[in-house]
Each structure stands twice: as C-alpha cells, then as structure tokens.
Design a protein around this ligand. Structure first.
Ligand SMILES: *Cc1c(COP(=O)(O)O)cnc(C)c1O
Length: 362
C-alpha cells in the first residue's frame, strides 16, 4: 500500500510548539509562557461577545465592515485598506502564500516569530536570517541580505522574543531602501504597548507605499487571544489579493463583535499599556540587580540571559520556576528565558523565585 504523499516542503517543517499551560502537581499554575494579557479583556468586548449568542445560526459579515470601520476611526486609516484575520498570524501566512513561490527567498531577523519560517517553507521558499545588533533589529543587515530572489521581508516591531524595537528612523530607512517589488511585513503584535516617542508602527507606509503591510492583533494588549482576531493595513492591490485567497468567513461573528467593541474601548488599552510599563520599570531593574542580563523590552514580556551568572542556565531556571508553579518559556535561537509580564503580585513572585534560584547557586 502507498500512502498519499504530501507536498515535499511540508515534510521538512517542524510543528509549532504552543507555550506550556499545565504543570503536574500544580492545580492553578501561573502561565507566563504565551504573552497573554495579565489584565484580561474589556467589559465592553465581553458583553458584545455574549450578545452574539442568539445569532449563531447566521454567517458572519464576510466584508468585516463594522470592525474595519472601528479600526479605521481609532487609527486614522482608510477602512478599505484594512483586512481582518483569524489572528494576525493568518494574515502573515496569507501574504506569504500570495507573494512567495517555490525557490524564492523570505527574509527574517535572527529572532523572529516562529510561524514565519513555517509559512515560507510551506511555499518551497528559502528562509534567510539577518543578524541583529545587541538584540535589536539591524536594518543595514536586513538590507545587505536582500537578493533578487527576496519576495517578502518580515520584521516584528517590537520583536519577539527580545521585546526590543527598531525606532522610526530605522524603519524609514528600511522602507526607502527596500526594492519596491519586495513586500515588507511589519508585525505590530506588541506595538500598542510601546510608550517610546521614537516608535512608529509604520501604518503610514502601508497607506502610502505599494509594498508595506502592517499587522496588529487583538491577542495581546486587548486580551482576546482565545477569540483569534488580527488585522492588517496594506496597499489596495495587496488587500485585493489577500481577499481573493482568504476564506470569506475567516473571522467569526463573535470575534468580529467582541473585537469591534474592544477597539472602541481605548481607555482599556491605555490602562493596560500604563500598567505594563509600570511593571517593566520594576521587573527589568530587579532582574539586573540579581546579576542576570535582560533585554530592554518595551513589550509585555522580557528575555533573560542567565549565563551572566556563573553556574546559571535556562534549563535549571525553568525547572526552578516550574517546581514553584510558574511556567516561563525558553525562546529564541540561543535558548534564553522568556517570561510574560503579569500582575504586580505575579511579577513579584517571579523576582523572588529568580532571587532564590540565584541564591541556590552559591
Ligand atoms: C503573539 C504574536 C502574534 C499574534 O498572533 P495572533 O495570531 O494574532 O494571535 C504575531 N506576531 C508575533 C511576533 C507574536 O508574538
């Protein structure tokens, strides 16, 4: 018997591993492995979600009009240049499927969102990684790595798992120097957290240029990861191409309703941003005071390098945290420790456990 053979490139792909959520022996572990929001979701979003329950027999609005208009108003963007997806990862995947052929190249940064190489390889494309400078996206390294075969460049800004960002001037340089037939995806999954003045998500380029796509998600600061909603702003021709390939009902009615209400509740977003910034201002110095290195994160997670303390390493620190009911995530090409920002009490717990781990080394 011969089994059906799947397309060749798929055999080379390693499956995405979801952040751990359960710990044997811990009934309610503290899950800090998936960058979910510590502050839940807006009341307005939850009410809108519940209100959809009597219309579950109806298909959702495939044109996503109400949600696109809410996004357009809040962000000052043209609604016709917005498309929503089943999470922003669906939109990134759609762009790759729309623009990348077998034999093409997709250019990423050394630290990148792990679904990106999967989408690229599924097309039979080659994945190239540009080096970073001190854990920050290096625009010059990216531009040097562009070849005539490059079709798509993907930069998460802020990046994951580093949490660092490339300032507005760097993104401007990248947009200006990139060949116009190369699609640039700026993944803004954590953009809403950034309070720095020199940060910009690049949406203006998506409106004005022919080759820039900016994605955002409701999974992080909006606290709606379980609903699966993301959105992209892109040039009209790219929106049109995505709309040919996406399933018309990729965002459910409940997700559309909740996300629309969430987008209109910017007070909730501002409060989450403020609390996250406050938490980082405690966490990052606290970790450095223990002797560990940590990235200059502006997102809702941080990446710890344990090797700055003799005898410390990621695997042992994970064991120590998990033995005490806290789930972090080893992440990135060099296996550092990524931890999601929690509530003040949760963050204090993490700092105490890291201090105890460090004390146990000597
Ligand atoms: C979490 C995350 C996303 C968001 O994915 P969704 O599909 O919208 O939940 C996108 N990019 C990066 C880098 C992320 O970390």
């Amino acid at each position: 018997m011969t089994a059906p053979s799947s397309r060749g490139p798929l055999n080379e792909i390693q499956r995405y591993q979801q952040g751990k959520s359960a710990l044997p022996g811990h009934e309610a572990p503290l899950k800090l492995s998936s960058n979910e929001s510590a502050y839940g979701s807006s009341d307005a979003a939850r009410e809108a979600y519940v209100a959809t329950r009597d219309l579950l027999h109806r298909y959702p609005d495939g044109s996503q009009t109400a949600l696109r208009e809410a996004i357009a108003e809040v962000h000052g963007l043209p609604a016709e240049q917005i498309v929503c997806g089943n999470g922003s990862e669906e939109l990134i995947g759609l762009v790759v499927r729309c623009y990348v052929n077998a034999g093409d190249e997709v250019l990423l940064t050394r630290n990148h969102f792990v679904m990106c190489p999967i989408y690229a390889r599924a097309q039979g494309a080659e994945v190239l990684l540009a080096e970073e400078r001190d854990d920050v996206v290096d625009v010059d390294a990216l531009l040097r790595a562009v070849t005539p075969r490059t079709r798509v460049v993907i930069v998460a800004n802020p990046n994951n798992p580093t949490g660092t960002y490339a300032p507005r001037a760097d993104i401007a340089r990248l947009v200006d120097a990139l060949p116009e037939d190369v699609v640039l995806i700026l993944d803004g999954a954590y953009a809403e957290y950034v309070t720095e003045e020199d940060f910009d998500d690049g949406a203006t380029y998506a409106v004005e240029r022919a080759n820039v796509v900016v994605t955002h998600t409701f999974s992080k600061i909006y606290g709606l990861a379980g609903l699966r909603v993301g959105w992209a702003v892109a040039p009209p021709a790219i929106i049109d191409t995505i709309n040919r390939l996406r399933t018309p009902f990729n965002v459910s009615a409940a997700a559309l309703a909740a996300a629309t209400a969430a987008m209109r509740d910017q007070a909730f977003v501002a409060e989450a941003r403020r609390r996250n910034r406050e938490a980082l201002d405690v966490l990052l110095p606290g970790i450095r005071a223990l002797g560990f290195a940590v990235t200059n994160s502006v997102a809702n997670f941080y990446l710890i390098d344990l090797s700055t303390v003799a005898g410390a390493n990621t695997a042992d620190a994970v064991m120590h945290l998990e033995a005490n009911g806290v789930i972090p995530r080893p992440a990135g090409p060099d296996g550092r420790l990524r931890i999601t920002v929690g509530t003040p009490n949760e963050n204090q717990r993490v700092l105490e456990l890291l201090a105890a781990y460090r004390a146990g080394l000597s």
